[in-house]
Design a binder for this molecule. Structure first.
Ligand code: SAM
Length: 256
């Protein structure tokens, strides 16, 4: 039997209305929706975003797979063994599967490992990517701050894996996105202060999701345990129209 097809489907940054028509179509057509979750007890964020767009299809299977949030191969290895076995069985039976990802599937997502392995494990298995609105465009949108204009340059840094280069990067780039900031907020704030860029930096958590918050005075949250879905955007250029970091302002979803 011919191998099936795997779709990597991005479901966007949080607001279900930001899902693409193509993502909705695919999720309503495939035999299996593969739903990655960080624990059996916490509902997958990607599924929470997509669920309301998926109709009732009695034949369609929802395959929940748990991937611990860890870089330790001892923890992730067994999870991937199970995932490859479960996905493999279905692919080899000619089924179509949609693996959902929060944001875009090719931007820091669990799906990337599956993509890297799919051709090796199931030769001839077709893979199609359904791109999506990413946090990288959702965060600037909620704070109305251009990402780059003209010849400006941007950098993206997964901050929790090392801040050694941050000072140099802040010197070289016009806009810097710091992702995965939660464990290193205090260090980031110290570096931004040292570089005189604290008033050019905005923290956004859960952009377009329920509970979205925007913090323009980062010192307010220096010692807080911040949400996993949070990012700092440093925009060195002076611009009009954007949400300006002034005083101790906290803006919540829905507020202007
Ligand atoms: C594993 S990455 C997933 C990125 C996702 N694939 C995307 O395209 O945005 C998780 C990191 O993305 C950022 N992130 C994702 N969604 C976000 C949101 N709605 N608001 C703010 N940051 C978000 C955070 O920095 C978080 O730590």
């Amino acid at each position: 039997m011919k191998n099936g097809k795997i779709y990597g489907v991005g479901v966007g940054p949080g607001d279900p209305e930001l899902m693409t028509l193509r993502a909705v179509d695919v999720l309503n057509q495939v035999d299996v929706i593969v739903i990655p979750q960080s624990s059996k007890y916490i509902k997958s964020v990607a599924w929470r975003i997509a669920e309301s767009h998926v109709g009732d299809h009695p034949e369609q299977e929802k395959l929940f797979l748990t991937f611990p949030m860890s870089k330790d191969p001892e923890k992730t290895g067994p999870a991937w063994e199970t995932a490859f076995r479960e996905i493999g069985e279905r692919v080899q039976n000619g089924k179509s599967l949609a693996f959902i990802s929060e944001g875009d599937p090719l931007f820091y997502s669990t799906f990337i490992y599956l993509l890297n392995q799919a051709e090796k494990k199931w030769p001839g298995c077709e893979v199609e990517i359904i791109p999506a609105v990413s946090s990288l465009t959702a965060v600037p949108a909620v704070i109305r701050t251009p990402i780059a204009d003209g010849l400006e340059r941007i950098a993206v840094l997964p901050a929790s894996y090392g801040l050694e280069d941050l000072r140099t990067i802040l010197d070289l780039f016009d806009t810097v996105f710091l992702m995965k900031v939660t464990p290193v907020m205090a260090e980031i704030i110290d570096i931004l202060t040292e570089k005189g860029l604290l008033n050019r930096s905005v923290y956004v958590s859960r952009a377009t999701m329920d509970g979205q918050s925007i913090v323009t005075d980062l010192n307010l949250i220096k010692n807080d345990k911040c949400d996993y879905f949070s990012m700092i955007m440093v925009s060195k250029k002076e611009r009009s129209g954007k949400i300006v970091p002034d005083h101790h302002k906290l803006i919540f979803a829905g507020e202007k």
